[in-house]
Design a protein around this ligand. Structure first.
Ligand SMILES: Nc1ncnc2c1ncn2[C@@H]1O[C@H](COP(=O)(O)OP(=O)(O)OP(=O)(O)O)[C@@H](O)[C@H]1O
Length: 239
């Protein structure tokens, strides 16, 4: 059965122990589309992705992936169901080689599927025998992204993938993300501090404020609405 919605989040509330940081969040994302999650520091962007991936305490709400509620599942089962999560921390295994890191992402797929990762990021093939700890920040981001993509997710969550990276690496990564959405039909959710980059990449946007959705709409609408950008994201958000 096909569904018109790839990810559907309904009335989601979550936090850490007794502290709630996500409050009654609802949104949906169409298959193959791109959603940017924006907001000032500490509003809950990382926590929202961590909640969808199963790493916080959920108080209520549903997370439907292709029609199935994955909220009761453990993080590994969510990944098997088609959810890819690339955390802000990148989580590269520093004592494993690039190739060993990629093998972890294969799950039950044959070893030669690793070539897909090398096709996406040729730099990783050059560094296949290097340890995770020997990689630059950009290479670590490529590795973390490639490892997740080897699991063939239908929905990919990218938490600040461009943070701290040189402009040329940001362009390379952004081109891969765009190709995954356009040619691979992958649904991508992106947290990004650079508002203009996020708007250039995404079809739609949600803005969080204190764990709640404060604004949602098309990227083009937000790009033309300087007042809303300044109100929720601060002066100088667009350039
Ligand atoms: N592991 C944790 N335990 C307790 N509180 C946490 C934890 N992680 C985040 N928080 C709190 O949850 C709230 C939301 O934080 P979160 O990191 O999700 O925001 P953010 O919008 O991603 O911020 P930034 O833009 O700085 O990355 C903050 O008040 C933060 O202090």
């Amino acid at each position: 059965m096909t569904t018109a919605v790839s990810l559907d989040v309904r009335n989601l509330s979550a936090g850490y122990g007794p502290t709630r940081v996500i409050e009654d969040v609802s949104f949906s994302v169409a298959p193959g589309s791109r959603l940017a999650v924006l907001g000032r520091n500490g509003v809950g962007k990382t926590s929202l992705f961590a909640t969808i991936a199963g790493h916080t305490r959920r108080y209520g709400g549903e997370i439907r992936l292709g029609g199935t509620d994955i909220a009761p599942l453990a993080p590994a089962a969510r990944a098997l169901a088609g959810l890819g999560y690339v955390p802000q921390t990148r989580d590269v295994f520093s004592t494993l080689t690039v190739e060993e890191n990629l093998s972890v992402g294969l799950k039950k797929r044959p070893k030669d599927a690793i070539e897909e990762a090398y096709k996406l990021f040729p730099r990783l093939k050059e560094r296949r025998r290097n340890l995770g700890s020997q990689l630059s920040g950009g290479e670590q981001q490529m590795l973390s992204t490639a490892r997740t993509i080897l699991g063939q997710p239908t929905v990919l969550l990218l938490d600040e993938p461009l943070e701290g990276l040189a402009p040329v690496i940001c362009e390379e990564l952004t081109a891969v993300f765009s190709a995954l959405a356009q040619q691979g039909g992958m649904t991508i959710l992106l947290v990004e501090q650079r508002i203009q980059s996020a708007l250039d990449f995404a079809d739609d946007v949600i803005i969080l404020e204190r764990g709640r959705i404060a604004w949602s709409g098309a990227s083009a609408a937000l790009a033309g609405d300087r007042k809303t950008v300044e109100h929720f994201l601060g002066v100088g958000g667009l350039h």
